[in-house]
Write a protein that binds this ligand. Structure first.
Ligand code: ZN
Ligand code: ZN
Length: 353
């Protein structure tokens, strides 16, 4: 069933006459319109994009089949159109409305009933079409290639920030639209910061170095993490790395259609807990990836989501020891009809640089 049909079915179940989409990634997913200002309005018979003069031509090109209406500063075209269409009840995306916007909506749509809804589009976005999965796989292949080109540069003396910049530069040369998120490159004791920002700190012998990064292709993100060690791997380095790798492989093993997402987390977490490092793994094991780098489904121990073919998730256990450093290994995985496909191709054995 087409996306619009699915949303119209939800509208008829509430029931409401219209659905107003105000999140730009959501309207992009529904219509293809990539502009960052506007409103998308769906009724049972109409599909309208309201946007200002900067984007009207673009919206007409990107969203064939949609009526594009130019918004004006001096009059409220959205309200006028809604009145003209005789709309009584409007569903809106309550997760993206500030308090002041809510007040404004109430004043503008005095004659309508406003119904706040949550997750309608996000739920659809969680399951990727073949085309979307292809874009994500392409973004991931760019990231893998960039990492293999970066490795010869990773050595004592080079700074975290230099490596992050080089990764980004290489990805852009390989066709990435941009970065999926600000890269994490952390070394030595700083590698125990799961989301640390790259600094001018230079790599030193004995440092773990964690790289967490992603490319973007046609708007779709990739996400991967690799950890290497500089100079020489001690027994402690090897032991921690081995636990994280075994946890990651155990979590990957259970992925398949129909599997509750929390089972993926629990399978990896069990390995880390049994090795005695449970207190050093504080985050969920993964998340969905798409137009946003973090989206549905959630893949933590309290997730209620069930894996379905077309979902793309990360598997990223880690151990972070304050004062010493940390290890995280993250792959990007597509759930398929008969199991899964790991989209990440970079090697996972501990690399000493
Ligand atoms: Zn990541
Ligand atoms: Zn991630």
């Amino acid at each position: 069933m087409e996306i619009l049909d699915k949303l119209r079915l939800k509208m008829s179940q509430v029931p409401v006459d219209a659905f107003m989409v105000s999140n730009m990634q959501n309207w992009r997913f529904i219509s293809g319109f990539t502009g960052d200002a506007g409103i998308l309005l769906i009724t049972q018979d109409e599909a309208i994009i309201f946007t200002d003069s900067r984007y009207t031509e673009q919206a007409e090109q990107e969203a064939p089949g949609y009526t594009v209406i130019k918004t004006l500063v001096e009059k409220d075209v959205v309200k006028e159109t809604i009145d003209k269409l005789g709309i009584g009840a409007i569903a809106f995306e309550k997760d993206y409305v500030t308090y002041s916007r809510w007040e404004k909506l109430g004043q503008t749509f005095k004659d309508q009933t406003l119904v706040g809804v949550s997750g309608w589009v996000e739920e659809l976005r969680a399951v990727k079409s073949e085309e979307e999965a292809g874009y994500i796989a392409k973004a991931q292949s760019i990231a893998d290639e960039a990492f293999s080109r970066l490795l010869p540069m990773v050595k004592a003396g080079v700074s975290e920030a230099e490596l992050a910049l080089e990764l980004e530069f290489t990805m852009r040369k390989l066709g990435s639209d941009g970065i999926a998120f600000p890269f994490i490159v952390v070394s030595g004791a700083r590698s125990s910061l799961p989301h640390g920002v790259p600094t001018s700190k230079r790599l030193e012998p004995g440092d773990f170095v964690t790289f967490d990064f992603g490319a973007r292709f046609k708007g779709y993100c990739s996400d991967m993490t690799r950890t290497v060690v500089v100079g020489h791997a001690s027994d402690k380095h090897k032991q921690i790395y081995d636990v994280v790798l075994r946890a990651q492989l155990a979590a990957l093993e259970v992925i398949g259609p129909g599997v509750p997402a929390k089972q993926v987390d629990l399978a990896g977490r069990k390995v880390i807990e049994e090795a005695g490092y449970g207190d050093y793994f504080g985050h969920g094991i993964g998340h969905g990836v798409g137009l946003n780098v973090h989206e549905r489904p959630s893949v933590g121990k309290t997730s209620e989501d069930v894996l379905q073919p077309g979902m793309v998730i990360t598997v990223e256990p880690g151990i972070y020891i304050p004062g010493f450093g940390g290890v995280r290994i993250e792959d990007l995985v597509l759930v398929t009809e008969d199991g899964k496909k790991n989209l990440t191709s970079s090697p996972k054995e501990l690399i000493v640089v």
